[in-house]
Write a protein that binds this ligand. Structure first.
Ligand code: ADP
Length: 160
């Protein structure tokens, strides 16, 4: 089975990576699809995010890293995915994720969304929290892959 895991990944956290690892052993293949959203200004460019994810998942088999800028279901069709994967950290994620899942199924009923619950020890992590900590010089090595920690440090040092 091939799972499509869409997201902004600005940047990838260890929570995302844990989900990718578990999905890879459950489904065999995972396409990590990085959203290029013209309405948002990310900290990391699309190319940087693709590179960070490729490096952080190099130890895994069956991972493809791709970008998309349209509908998730269009991307799922293009990659011949069998399902859409999303993560749930807490109840607060649930309402939004349910709405997106229903929307996607209304657009193309071929795609079920499968939710994996976050590893408990990573459930406090979000890309925004990581960026806030890094912005103020806090340690992020236990929150993100090494390549991302290095890029965060470089970005916020040069922004000072
Ligand atoms: P989006 O902008 O689409 O929400 P994100 O990159 O923030 O993109 O998240 C992509 C997916 O990863 C979402 O399903 C989100 O719930 C999930 N996710 C976010 N943080 C974590 C985490 N710490 N552990 C596991 N899954 C997470």
């Amino acid at each position: 089975m091939r799972a499509l895991y869409p997201g902004s990944f600005d940047p990838l956290t260890l929570g995302h990576l844990d989900l990718i690892e578990r999905a890879s052993s459950l489904f065999g293949e995972v396409v990590v699809a990085v959203l290029q959203n013209p309405g948002k200004t990310p900290v990391f460019s699309l190319d940087q995010r693709l590179d960070q994810i490729s490096q952080a998942t190099a130890h895994l088999r069956g991972i493809t890293v791709a970008s998309f800028d349209g509908l998730t279901v269009t991307c799922a069709r293009q990659h011949q995915a069998d399902l859409i994967l999303r993560g749930l950290r807490a109840m607060s994620d649930f309402e939004y994720e349910l709405q997106i899942a229903h929307t996607n199924r209304s657009l193309d009923s071929a795609f079920e969304t499968i939710f994996l619950s976050t590893a408990a020890h990573y459930s406090f992590l979000s890309s925004s929290v990581v960026k806030e900590v890094a912005r103020f010089g806090g340690r992020v090595e236990h929150m993100v892959p090494a390549v991302v920690a290095k890029d965060l440090q470089r970005f916020f040092n040069s922004a000072l």
